[in-house]
Design a protein around this ligand. Structure first.
Ligand SMILES: *Cc1c(COP(=O)(O)O)cnc(C)c1O
Length: 375
């Protein structure tokens, strides 16, 4: 039985009446930029996260960019981020003219290795940007301690972890900024691009709001050079319909992860992802490691042949990207080997029991053929 990696329609069809009503409300209002829907969504998102300020922005990428701009990070500054993450984390750093400094990640959680971060701090370092990759929190205590000891800002790229917690506290609320994405494949998937910036500091919230509309205050009097980083009223109205369902979506993902954890454990040749006991992991992705030369690609081909959705997040670490070839060469063996070994399989909330079995059986079939001595 073929299984998609993600099926947005199942989730959205179930909310059809509410989404249509929200659309009609905005349509009839004739008000499409900022205003009541945006304010209401920001309040609801802030309450959900336990954050003081939430500011809706145009994308997760722009959330990172505007956070760096608000902190005044620019040319000559360095920002430490993981080498194994989506490109936007480092892209934002480079776009403000600062230098991304790539740090090693941990093989067990895929997240930033605080000990390696400590080694990469220099007098030019201005910020650390952990990523809560695949829906699990990075190790926030050591990272916050490093930031504090060296006077650095902490920007949490929480694009994949809206609703995840670390020791009971929402990811994205530890540092100066938490940045989120509503790209359709994220846990709170929107209807196009969208993002959110969260902060507990009044001064930084005000700066982000200013930068979101070209640094203008009042209108047409520009205090700073910002951008158009607004999120549409329509997008906010639709996201308001979905936000209350996010805990149920995350709980469903957790159930799927628990099932995979028991059913895939018996299969030879795989390393399963783990959730640290102090983390509330929300499984934006369920990412296997398939060690051994060519073995990940062999499993990938087997899944493709049987119509099982899968993706490689990510096939090349950031320190190895062509656009960063001008930066000093670094060797980051864990990040490099993860890029060779990872394979993400379907874990969207609406996955059925039959589909789940189909994924497990197809992987088991490959393993039995690939590891006959252990079958
Ligand atoms: C998705 C993502 C982003 C960017 O979000 P967009 O809304 O697509 O711009 C940034 N960082 C990480 C880790 C992501 O997964």
């Amino acid at each position: 039985m073929p299984v998609p990696l993600l099926d947005l329609n199942r989730q959205n069809n179930a909310l059809h009446a509410g989404l249509t009503a929200a659309f009609e409300r905005v349509l009839r209002s004739g008000h499409f930029i900022l205003g009541g829907e945006v304010d209401a969504f920001e309040k609801e998102a802030a309450a959900f996260l336990g954050a003081k300020h939430a500011i809706a922005v145009s994308s997760g990428t722009d959330a990172i960019l505007v956070s760096l701009m608000a902190l005044g990070i620019g040319p000559g500054d360095e920002v430490i981020c993981p080498a194994f993450t989506f490109f936007a984390t480092a892209g934002g750093i480079a776009r403000v003219g600062a230098t991304p400094v790539f740090a090693e990640v941990r093989a067990d959680t895929f997240n930033l290795d605080p000990e390696d971060v400590a080694r990469r701090i220099t007098p030019r370092t201005k910020a650390i940007m952990p990523v809560h990759l695949f829906g699990q929190s990075a190790e926030m205590e050591p990272l916050a301690a490093l930031a504090k000891a060296h006077g650095l800002a902490l920007i949490e790229d929480t694009a994949q972890a809206l609703g995840a917690k670390h020791r009971g506290r929402a990811c994205g609320t530890f540092g100066e900024f938490g940045t989120y994405s509503f790209f359709p494949s994220k846990n709170l998937g929107g209807f196009g691009d969208g993002g959110l910036v969260v902060t507990s500091r009044d001064d930084l919230a005000e700066k982000v709001r200013l930068l979101r509309t070209h640094g203008a205050k009042p209108k047409y009097y520009h205090q700073r050079i910002g951008g158009n980083f607004r999120l549409d009223a329509l997008q906010c109205a639709l996201l308001r319909v979905k936000l209350p369902h996010l805990p149920a979506y995350s709980a469903a993902r957790q159930r799927h992860a628990a099932h995979y954890g028991t059913e895939l454990a018996a299969i030879a040749g795989l390393v399963l992802p783990c959730a640290a006991a102090h983390n509330d992991h929300i499984w934006n992705q369920y990412t296997l490691r398939v060690p051994g030369p060519g073995r990940r690609d062999a499993l990938r081909a087997h899944l493709a042949k049987h119509g099982i959705g899968h993706e490689i997040y990510y096939p090349l670490s950031l320190h190895q990207q062509a656009c960063f070839a001008h930066l000093p060469r670094v060797s980051l063996p864990v990040a490099e080997s993860l890029a060779q070994e990872v394979l993400s399989i379907p874990i969207f909330p609406e996955l059925t029991a039959d589909e789940h079995s189909s994924v497990v059986d197809t992987i088991a079939q490959w393993s039995a053929a690939a590891n006959p001595e252990r079958a």
